[in-house]
Design a binder for this molecule. Structure first.
Ligand SMILES: [Cu+2]
Length: 120
């Protein structure tokens, strides 16, 4: 192969890698906990109430060293952030039909520190 052909082949391979995959990627969700005694999970600006089964990327902003973000439900039991952790963490989860709860464990009895949604 000529040098030009090799370069062209390399370019094509690079473009193929950079291009978005044919299938849609996981849906993005945004979780927030703290700095007050609040926890939330949103899709865009709307609070998550129902979702379709499938893969989701959840980015959690943990704004306090006294709260965590724990997601549990069918097939998932994930402490996305720990109590001491402050910052942002991203996980990908596969959600199945059923009810999921997200909660701050140290304050699980407070209504403002837990929420839930249904996958149908
Ligand atoms: Cu808390």
């Amino acid at each position: 192969m000529s040098r030009i052909a090799l370069l062209a082949a390399g370019l094509v391979a690079t473009l193929a890698l950079a291009a978005p995959s044919g299938a849609m990627g996981p849906t993005k969700l945004k979780g927030t906990v703290g700095p007050g005694f609040t926890i939330s999970l949103k899709k865009g600006t709307a609070k998550v109430k129902t979702l379709k089964p499938g893969k989701y990327t959840i980015t959690v902003s943990d704004k306090s060293a006294i709260h965590n973000f724990h997601l549990k439900g069918p097939g998932v039991n994930k402490k996305i952030t720990s109590v001491q952790f402050v910052g942002t963490k991203t996980v990908t989860v596969t959600l199945k039909k059923g009810k999921y709860t997200y909660v701050c464990d140290p304050h699980a009895t407070m209504a403002s520190m837990r929420g839930s949604f249904t996958v149908t």
